[in-house]
Design a protein around this ligand. Sequence first.
Ligand code: FAD
Length: 380
Amino acid sequence: MQLELTTQQKADQAIFRAFVDETIAPNAAQHEQAEALPETLINTLAQARYLVATLPPEAGGLGMDMLTYGLLTEEVGRGCGSVRNLIAVQGMVAHAILKWGTLAQKGKWVAKIGQGETVAAFALTEPNIGSDAGNATTSATQVGNQYILNGHKKWISFAQRADLFLIFAQCEGRMGAFLVERNTPGFTTAPISGLLGLRASMIGEIQLDNCAIPQENLVGKIGFGLDFVATTSLDYGRYSTACGCVGIAQGCLEASQQYTHERTQFGVPIKSHQLVQQMLTNMIVNVGAARLLCYQAGYLRDKKSPDAIRSTMIAKYFASTAATTIANDAVQLHGANGCGPDYPVQRYLRDAKIQEIIEGTSQIQQIKIAELTPLLRRKG
Ligand SMILES: Cc1cc2nc3c(=O)[nH]c(=O)nc-3n(C[C@H](O)[C@H](O)[C@H](O)COP(=O)(O)OP(=O)(O)OC[C@H]3O[C@@H](n4cnc5c(N)ncnc54)[C@H](O)[C@@H]3O)c2cc1C
């Protein structure tokens, strides 16, 4: 297990931090207010090859290993939760196609997603089905050489903007994953605004009314949709969420250190008060613990360890709950200023809460972690 970053990883981390401080963080509040990410930012991310940095170079990526990708994701998460969500979703769809798609699907879509020519969305959740995704009701019926999709998806990140949608639907009682282009007749989206957090994630609903797609758009086989295709995407998205939460928590810590140094009450900087120090210390310890769990998950992912999925769940569960607690304390330490628009901590708090819900809620992670953790048998 690697406990310290290599010289190369530290150098990469510094590059990511500078990129985020220059390109993403200064505009995060503005994007949130606009409830959208600008096209120029998507292009900038594509040019830097950060949209799906884990793709091979010929597909618009950097062939980045997962631990380094975690460092990038932490920095992006510190800068803006919605940008972190954008790069997560692009990776979720691109890697699902790369792993389960046909040669034609890979050739047609993966590089376009990596290069930002096609913005992708991942559509599993429905108005009445979230955690219990296996019981999704959207249907796919094969008619000749087409599938006809009917149903309703909700809470889909970048539904307002995406060109290509990975849609999960039941076909004769078994789940399939289908690629649907925005301009397909019978396919419509509607925006959802006023969210608690991740407000620039251009969330939307999708309506599928007799939406006919070529049979070649099935990803993997019928029956592979949830256990293989969605699992590939959600595992990738969960790692991104975990690392992004470390970024949120780090951002809260840095803001709180600065503020408690500058703010004076009772004649001294508030960081001199022991109850304030207690909150700062809890932040420091929990950011560090969450980061180490993410490094461990990244390391195991790079080694293709069978324990990578479980350790990613552990990292996501711990980092998302820690980020929410840390962001809550950061607002507390900022007092009224923490509730206003001049400091980023209220946005961090709202974004952190969402991380406990997306890519599998904290309760679902708790159930899975307990189920997947083997019993250690002691001798004697
Ligand atoms: C900002 C945002 C972006 C999103 N983006 C996407 C996206 O791009 N694509 C997509 O498909 N979805 C997306 N979602 C939806 C998200 O994945 C779901 O919200 C999530 O899976 C939880 O489903 P739910 O909201 O229906 O909650 P429910 O499943 O109804 O759960 C409600 C509560 O019950 C608890 N619960 C449920 N089952 C159990 C159980 N067995 N044991 C214990 N507790 C349980 C949950 O933990 C939760 O606390 C997004 C959501 C948000 C808020």
